[in-house]
Ligand binder design. Structure first.
Ligand code: HEC
Ligand code: HEC
Ligand code: HEC
Ligand code: HEC
Ligand code: HEC
Ligand code: HEC
Ligand code: HEC
Ligand code: HEC
Length: 439
């Protein structure tokens, strides 16, 4: 073997090595690129919506692109923009339309009403108007003062709304006054406030403008704006329920954008607020009437059955049965009903405890001016309700420590205060004798 051939041998071995190295680098590079591309696909779900308004020559869009680019961005990515629904469809009205303002040679509503949505979403609006998210939510703080004949008829036609239609509303509203309630009661209860054009409610409380995203409306956080706090802690209860845990640990993978009416357990494998109360799910039809699947008036001090409770029950159980079996759900309802009756009995008892104070004029006539008024109110308004909600929506801590336990504590305080007052008035023995006769 000559030196020459030896050299060529080394050389070609070196070349092979370099080529191999280059090849490895190239392959690695390609793999990295592929990974990066597929990752960005995963982030966008592979179906990133394009901005449908990007090349629009609509004059509202053209000018608002400069003045309020955020609105164009949000709306541009909505399903409605892709379906050619434009700014004018929701905002533009004829001259003199109630609540309108003159704008760029036409008339617009700053806050489109449900009458605007109704042109295209008749059924959703009708169902919404038949629910407690409609006028009953508004009447809850305002009463029926100022409502038109048509609105009274709409209100009267809601079976759930005519439940104690003009009872004295929460006295706290008047006591606190407008300066406070405008940031409190009204923010939540205006979901059903009538608009200047006479139509009902604010769809945008759940369908945040201008995305109008199904994912956003369907997620339970949307409901927690209002269904939260000591008197209706549905959100807190949900968080500690197995359904809520499934949502919080695995919900990021679920198919939130499934076409309305096609949703099944394949898209959303554990229950959410919307799945149980609103969504079309499996065999059950979508509804914007949130009372349509309920059997009790749980929010009431003493719960009664709803007018159509039997068919409502079939609808709610239809949802449960997509994931649970018959016996499990039947047994659950039997136990839930028993709990409601048990809480009812305690609230009846608390009424009996304070009755002698009422009979003997030992309570002031003013509402909420002495601690006993608050104790008596909290007993059912916070703890009684919470115990019931906790049981029906799988929140054991709420049924127990924020519910039944607090209720019993308030009951003991009521008894103590009542006895003290009766004793001070020299009426204790008489009252005890009366109670003995009654039982
Ligand atoms: C030539 C520009 C221009 C055009 C065209 C235009 N707007 Fe505006 N619009 C504005 C500006 C500027 C504002 C005020 C923004 C602000 O105050 O931040 C505004 C405000 C609004 C408001 C809120 C009004 C208020 O009083 O708060 C609405 C609703 C609105 N525009 C809708 C529309 C609609 C619908 C169209 C198409 C029919 C349209 N605009 C066309 C520039 C325009
Ligand atoms: C599907 C109905 C709908 C469409 C379409 C729509 N809007 Fe709106 N818009 C609303 C609702 C609902 C509100 C919120 C009112 C409220 O909360 O009081 C609103 C509020 C506004 C406001 C005032 C409040 C703010 O955030 O500044 C402006 C300005 C506005 N829209 C502009 C537009 C423009 C421009 C377009 C078209 C690109 C458009 N809107 C398309 C329903 C719509
Ligand atoms: C001019 C007709 C029109 C008006 C007015 C209108 N919509 Fe729509 N909306 C549509 C159409 C069409 C779709 C269906 C888009 C699709 O599924 O392709 C839709 C879909 C929706 C969706 C489902 C979005 C999705 O991703 O599937 C919501 C929520 C919605 N609209 C809310 C509203 C609200 C709230 C109003 C009033 C403030 C309103 N719409 C006014 C025509 C309209
Ligand atoms: C955080 C939102 C929120 C605030 C703030 C709020 N509520 Fe409510 N309210 C609700 C919800 C949600 C219900 C439904 C409870 C249920 O059915 O479980 C309700 C139920 C009621 C009811 C019983 C139902 C009825 O129509 O008879 C009345 C009355 C009521 N609220 C009045 C008020 C008053 C008055 C205030 C202010 C002092 C107020 N609420 C503050 C969300 C709120
Ligand atoms: C309490 C919250 C809430 C309110 C208020 C509300 N929606 Fe919805 N909406 C939802 C949810 C949740 C869905 C998704 C239902 C599903 O899973 O298919 C939805 C879906 C829709 C859709 C898609 C088609 C369908 O029926 O599923 C339209 C259109 C719609 N809403 C219109 C409206 C209109 C118009 C109003 C006012 C009258 C309104 N919504 C008020 C929660 C709400
Ligand atoms: C802006 C506040 C608000 C939001 C957001 C909201 N609700 Fe409500 N909801 C209320 C109020 C207020 C009531 C009680 C109305 C009354 O006083 O009669 C209520 C009542 C209900 C009821 C009882 C209905 C009945 O017939 O007794 C159900 C169920 C309900 N809401 C479910 C939901 C679900 C599910 C969501 C989310 C998709 C949701 N709500 C979002 C304010 C809201
Ligand atoms: C597993 C299904 C399920 C889930 C998830 C669920 N609920 Fe419920 N909810 C129920 C049942 C069942 C009842 C009691 C029904 C009855 O009266 O027969 C109920 C009762 C209610 C009530 C009481 C209405 C009254 O009579 O006062 C409200 C309000 C409510 N739910 C809102 C919500 C909200 C908000 C969420 C999410 C944070 C939620 N629910 C999650 C099944 C569910
Ligand atoms: C989309 C599916 C789905 C729907 C709909 C659904 N659930 Fe569930 N449920 C689940 C899952 C998942 C669990 C967690 C199971 C576990 O603990 O292993 C669960 C757990 C429960 C539990 C707790 C069981 C335990 O071991 O503590 C109860 C009670 C329950 N569900 C009742 C209901 C009721 C009542 C309804 C209808 C109002 C309902 N569920 C609707 C999926 C669902």
């Amino acid at each position: 073997m000559s030196e020459n051939t030896q050299q060529t041998g080394w050389l070609s071995a070196g070349r092979v090595l370099v080529i191999a190295l280059v090849a490895v680098i190239l392959v690695l590079g390609v793999i990295l690129v592929v990974m990066a591309v597929s990752e960005s696909d995963a982030v966008s779900g592979g179906t990133e919506k394009v901005n449908a308004l990007a090349n629009s020559d609509n004059e509202c869009v053209d000018c608002h692109e400069r003045n309020t680019p955020g609105i164009i961005q949000q709306y541009g990515h909505s399903t409605m923009a892709a379906a050619d629904v434009m700014c004018e469809d929701c905002h533009e009205v004829e001259e003199g339309y109630p609540g309108s303002v003159e704008h760029e040679g036409t008339y617009v509503l700053n806050s489109p009403t449900s009458a605007m949505c109704q042109d295209c979403h008749t059924q959703e609006v009708r169902e919404f108007e038949a629910s407690r998210h409609g006028l009953p939510a508004y009447v809850a703080y305002n009463g029926t003062a100022g409502m038109t004949e048509d609105q009274m008829a709409e209100f009267g036609a809601i079976p759930e709304g005519s439940y104690a239609p003009d009872k004295s509303r929460n006295d706290i509203y008047a006591i606190e006054g407008e300066a406070v309630t405008r940031f409190a009661c009204e923010v939540c209860h205006n979901v059903g406030k009538p608009a200047p054009d006479g139509s009902t409610g604010q769809c945008q409380k759940c369908h945040l403008r201008h995305d109008f995203s199904l994912e956003q409306a369907r997620k339970p956080e949307t409901c927690n704006q209002c269904h939260i706090g000591p008197d209706h802690p549905q959100w807190e209860i949900y968080q500690e329920s197995p359904h809520g845990i499934a949502y919080m640990t695995m919900g990021h993978d679920w198919n939130w954008e499934a076409e309305p009416g096609t949703l099944t357990v394949e898209d959303i494998p554990a229950a959410t607020c919307a799945v149980c109360h609103m969504s079309g799910f499996g065999e059950t039809a979508t509804t914007h009437d949130v009372g349509e699947r309920l059997t009790w008036y749980l929010f009431a001090p003493i719960s009664e059955r709803r007018p159509a409770w039997e068919s409502n029950k079939v609808r709610m159980q239809g949802v449960c049965l997509e994931c649970h079996n018959d016996n499990f759900i039947d047994a659950f309802y039997t136990d839930g009903d028993l709990l409601v009756e048990h809480i009812n009995a305690w609230v009846v008892e608390s009424n009996e405890v304070v009755q002698p104070l009422k009979d003997n004029g030992l309570l002031t006539a003013e509402p909420f001016d002495e601690p006993i008024d608050f104790i008596y109110f909290d007993l059912w308004h916070h703890w009684g309700r919470t115990a019931k909600f906790g049981a029906w929506m799988q929140g054991p801590d709420y049924t127990q420590w924020h519910g039944a336990y607090e209720l019993l504590r308030n009951m003991a305080e009521l008894k103590e205060i009542t006895n003290e007052r009766l004793e001070d008035a020299g009426l204790l023995e008489e009252a005890e004798a009366d109670a003995g006769e009654d039982s």
